[in-house]
Design a protein around this ligand. Structure first.
Ligand SMILES: Nc1ncnc2c1ncn2[C@@H]1O[C@H](COP(=O)(O)OP(=O)(O)O)[C@@H](O)[C@H]1O
Ligand SMILES: [Mg+2]
Length: 183
């Protein structure tokens, strides 16, 4: 499912990875162990594409989607809990934003109409109409009560934020889920 090919990375003189090759196959759960500072978090960031290695490549099987449990609890301060969850599916979220912007236009052109129908088709393929109820079900399942779903992230406590970010990572059934020291 994920192939890591000849990954090398060094920071200054410190060589973290030297021609690393490894395959992660579907259906398995892998743990990365090593001393503090060994490079575990850096390796996961390379896998998710958050940082680039000096050389080599990471290949995710075509059509597979990866999700990452975010550790920055302040990244979504101005967003509601439920929208934070939905943002976990980047493509779906981007389509929803573009659609909303098009429908809000005063001078909706013929080209806009064509673009909108493309977006609506892709949205339906991704089960977009169920996105909000799915996100709500995940939040409720993780113990976030309904009255908190539309509150801003900055108004939730630390424990609730972690749950929202976990729901975000799980949203839309990703094929690959990356967790770096989840508490
Ligand atoms: N952006 C960076 N620039 C320079 N050194 C870094 C950077 N990020 C991490 N490091 C160093 O790389 C090493 C591995 O860090 P990290 O991946 O966080 O380790 P782990 O998660 O295994 O504790 C550490 O020595 C850290 O100081
Ligand atoms: Mg780490």
């Amino acid at each position: 499912m994920i192939s890591v090919n000849n990954i090398s990375l060094q920071y200054g003189k410190r060589i973290l990875f030297d021609e690393v090759n490894i395959k992660f196959t579907q259906g398995n759960c892998y743990g990365v162990i090593g001393a503090n500072g060994a490079g575990k978090s850096t390796f996961l960031k390379i896998l998710s594409g958050e940082i680039a290695a000096n050389s080599g490549q990471v290949v995710l099987d075509p059509g597979k989607r990866m999700a990452v449990l975010k550790q920055n609890h302040f990244e979504y301060d101005e967003e509601t809990a439920i929208h934070t969850v939905m943002r976990g599916h980047h493509e779906l979220w981007a389509i929803m934003q573009e659609k909303d912007a098009l429908y809000a236009k005063a001078d909706f052109s013929e080209a806009d109409g064509i673009r909108t129908s493309e977006l609506e088709e892709r949205f339906a393929e991704m089960d977009g109409w169920n996105a909000e109820p799915d996100a709500a079900a995940l939040l409720s399942g993780l113990g976030i009560v309904e009255s908190d779903h539309y509150r801003l992230m900055k108004d939730l406590n630390g424990n609730q934020k972690v749950r929202v970010l976990l729901a975000q990572a799980l949203f839309g059934n990703p094929d690959v889920l990356i967790l770096d020291e989840p508490t």
